[in-house]
Design a protein. Structure first.
Ligand code: GDP
Ligand code: ZN
Length: 298
């Protein structure tokens, strides 16, 4: 389809930096170039008239990560679900999972902790440890991209029409899980490139895929080297996993960061042994990391 023929409302299914591919409501796909000032993300709903991107609809569930220069970049829009992937090897810093869960709550996303590589002997122990830490905050599932174990659970999680994305440190198996869930992943990306007329050599920063039977997944190859998902200190204080039972008892100060403030409900729970001291220490470590970033003015 010629770019100038494209009109209507659609969703961004691939982002090439200078252009995006769209799936229009009429079912057709096509490509439009972006103007310099236009910023859209995969998953955004947009309005196109005669090949010109006229408007971006307000979005929910916008996930952001920080690039190697410290700039915050939006990875995807209109998300409903966040899969936080880890594996026995390579091990992930727990702070990665904590930040993922905080971001999910702050954005209203349905979160899952996905322990991959179930076929490895250490996987059961990791699954138990993650369940102990996080089952109050999110479902913790054990899967193997290699054997296919547990993948039906992931499909079922997205099937009610949810749009999800996986995050995790390098090597935990995100691409393998995507390939297992989307057997024709390479094919559909190739098709989008052809339709876009940009050629196969043009790599996309992100692509949106439909799962057979319902649900959608966003692949984010352009964000693989990015740091953990972006959260603020206030979000961390409000949503840290494991603190949820104590926060409705309300700290004295509404903007309490649970450090040394008087009348802090979290500190009281740590004192009483209801929150493990180790979890509070993990929280403080993450908090000082976030505050440092703010102080550096990044
Ligand atoms: P990503 O960096 O998170 O996208 O990870 P990849 O999908 O590239 O996988 C990293 C490595 O882990 C590769 O060598 C995969 O073959 C391997 N891997 C992925 N899933 C599994 C699994 O379920 N079991 C085992 N044993 N290895 C896996
Ligand atoms: Zn507090």
């Amino acid at each position: 389809m010629e770019a100038s023929d494209i009109s209507g409302e659609g969703v961004v299914v691939a982002h090439y930096g200078i252009a995006v591919a769209l799936r229009l409501e009429c079912g057709k796909t096509g490509r439009v170039r972006l103007r310099r000032s236009q910023s859209v993300r995969v998953g955004d709903r947009v309005v196109v008239e005669a090949g010109i991107l006229e408007a971006v609809r307000p979005a929910h569930g916008v996930l952001s990560r920080r690039d190697s220069h410290g700039r915050v970049r939006s990875v995807a829009a209109n998300l409903d679900a966040l899969g936080i992937v880890l594996a026995p090897r390579p091990a992930s810093p727990l702070g990665f999972v904590d930040r993922g869960l905080v971001a999910a709550r702050a954005l209203g996303l349905e979160a899952r902790v996905v322990v991959n590589k179930a076929d490895l002997p250490e996987a059961d122990a990791l699954h138990r440890e993650m369940s102990a830490h996080y089952s109050a905050a999110a479902d913790v599932v054990l899967v193997s991209a290699k054997t296919g174990a547990g993948l039906d659970d992931l499909r079922a999680w997205l099937q009610p029409g949810r749009r999800g994305v996986f995050v995790g440190t390098s090597g935990v198996g995100k691409s393998s899980i995507l390939n297992a869930l989307l057997p024709d992943l390479d094919l559909s990306v190739g098709e989008i490139n052809e339709v876009s007329g940009l050629g196969r050599h043009v790599t996309s920063t992100a692509t949106l895929h439909q799962l057979g039977g319902g649900g959608e997944l966003i692949d984010t190859p352009g964000f693989r080297d990015f740091g953990p998902v972006e959260v603020s200190a206030a979000e961390l204080a409000a949503f840290f996993p494991g603190f949820e039972d104590f926060l409705d008892r309300r700290c004295r100060f509404r903007d309490c960061l649970h450090r040394t403030e008087p009348g802090c409900a979290v500190l009281a729970a740590v004192e009483a042994g209801q929150i493990p001291a180790q979890r509070h220490a993990a929280y403080l470590a993450l908090l000082s990391e976030l505050l440092e970033i703010v102080e550096l003015g990044r």
